[in-house]
Design a protein around this ligand. Structure first.
Ligand code: MV4
Length: 450
């Protein structure tokens, strides 16, 4: 097993990785920015090294600083968590060149999945259905207009280097398309340093459902079912759950089999997620693959009983999966509410000091957080305060537990998403499982109408 693992991250996910390392008996190294010197990941790791000033680009994204911390501490593996360097193929290459194991897939597969247009083609090749669409738009916009006519409006422009909704733009007619393409390319260029965009048919009312897979270096691959992630604001997920109220056991097995086959085709090794759009008429389409551990991984852990972070570490250590698909049992229902420091109406961040922080406890409740009383939410990083995850024998029970858990949560000093979560949990459509990509807009329309 690894001598020592450096955690190239902060906040709740850094603590989550420390939990896994402690249980596996592996010493840990925390890295932290000057803004994070009083953080719990610094306190709970066996060693801690400051890697720079508060801004992410000078610290958590600073590859030479992270690698130096690993060398100084004689670390032989790095876990990147999510965000920051987690999907940097270049960082994975630098780790490899320095003789440090990157706890994630190969640089080649990160690079392939990081280009959404290439990922689409690779997954199509591997047998997954993809949304009708185009390659990267090259040359005059007239060719894009012709392609869009063929696909049929509405179409959606997506940045090839994007993902997670960044740089997306919906286009309803041919006369809007040239201008929208220009704007999208410029946006993509300034956000990602690459202006390439492609088109897909836009599925207006859809469900966003992702499949979790685990794959080792020997070609063993299992799927761990799905997470329903349709409830988002500004393309940030708000609530996730497993299983999806939409999927039958048959459909789950069908899509799961395809996801497993696709992962094997690209020689994937790590935890990974295939995102799909379901159109509500029996069709589903692959849209992108995430090559990291995700924020919402706990709901899958609760319904499968597996520890996904430990599995990532074992896989990176070239151990074989200890189970096959038949051993994976889905039991009960889990729900995750992301508690962010933000204004409930505008979704703008609300940084500040948590004057009181009392997380909920009790049966069926898990809280992943790095917050405490007097913890400061800075404007430098994302505004996540805590993930509250509830588990129940069925969806009704995990919803009931979530409602009481939110009532028994105290966050004073900043505005939070808790009131928004409470209105969602009380919404009849949500409770009936009638959720889709425009659920929040619809809920807000209905409530302002009275
Ligand atoms: C789509 C889509 C409909 N049609 N692609 C959003 C996040 C990114 N990972 C992919 N996303 C979507 N891609 C096609 N071809 C719908 C979404 C989507 C969404 C869109 C608008 C408003 C909310 C949304 C929530 C989840 C997914």
């Amino acid at each position: 097993m690894f001598r020592k693992i450096l955690i190239a991250n902060r906040g709740e996910i850094a603590l989550r990785i420390i939990c896994a390392c402690k249980e596996l008996g592996i010493p840990t190294v925390a890295v932290y920015s000057q803004a994070d010197q009083h953080s719990l990941h610094v306190r709970f790791a066996d060693e801690a090294i400051c890697i720079g000033p508060p801004s992410s680009s000078d610290s958590y994204l600073n590859i030479p600083a992270v690698i130096s911390a690993a060398e100084i501490t004689n670390t032989d593996a790095i876990h990147p968590g999510y965000g920051f360097l987690a999907e940097s193929a270049y960082f994975a290459e630098v780790c490899e060149a320095c003789g440090i194991t990157f706890i994630g897939p190969s640089p080649e597969v990160i690079r392939m999945m990081g280009d959404k247009d290439i990922a689409r083609k690779a997954m199509k090749e591997a047998g997954l259905p993809i949304v009708p669409g185009t390659d990267k738009i090259k040359g005059p916009f007239s060719s894009a207009v012709n392609a869009a006519d063929e696909i049929g409006y509405p179409v959606i422009i997506k940045a090839a280097a994007g993902g997670g909704g960044k740089g997306m733009r919906i286009v309803n007619s041919a006369d809007e398309l040239p201008n929208a393409l220009e704007v999208a390319q410029n946006e993509a260029m300034s956000a990602f340093g690459a202006g390439d965009v492609y088109l897909e048919k836009y599925i207006p009312i859809a469900r966003h459902i992702e499949f979790q897979i685990l794959a080792d270096h020997e070609g063993n691959v299992v799927h761990l079912g799905e997470r329903e992630c349709s409830i988002q604001r500004r393309h940030q997920k708000l609530i996730e759950e497993s299983p999806s109220p939409y999927l039958t056991p048959e459909l789950r097995a069908e899509v799961g089999r395809l996801a497993v086959r696709a992962a094997r085709t690209v020689n994937y090794a790590n935890a990974g997620t295939m995102e799909f759009i379901f159109d509500g008429e029996g069709h589903y389409y692959f849209i992108e693959m995430n090559t990291r551990i995700q924020v919402e991984h706990p709901v899958t852990e609760l319904v499968t009983g597996l520890d996904l972070v430990k599995e990532q570490i074992r896989i990176a250590n070239r151990e074989a999966l200890e189970y096959t698909q038949e051993d994976i049992v889905f039991r009960g229902n889990a729900l995750e509410c992301r508690i962010n420091a933000e204004f409930p109406d505008t979704f703008f961040p609300s940084p500040g000091t948590l004057k009181t922080f009392y997380p909920p406890t009790g049966i069926g409740v898990r809280v992943d957080t790095a917050a405490y009383n007097e913890y400061v939410i800075t404007p430098y990083y994302d505004s996540l305060i805590a993930k509250i995850i509830t588990y129940g024998r069925n969806r009704q029970e995990s919803i009931d537990r979530m409602k009481r858990a939110l009532e028994m949560t105290v966050v004073e000093g900043v505005q939070t998403t808790i009131p928004l979560h409470q209105s969602i949990l009380n919404n009849d459509d949500f409770r009936a499982g009638r959720i889709h990509t425009h659920f929040l807009e619809q809920m807000n329309r209905n409530s302002t109408r009275g």
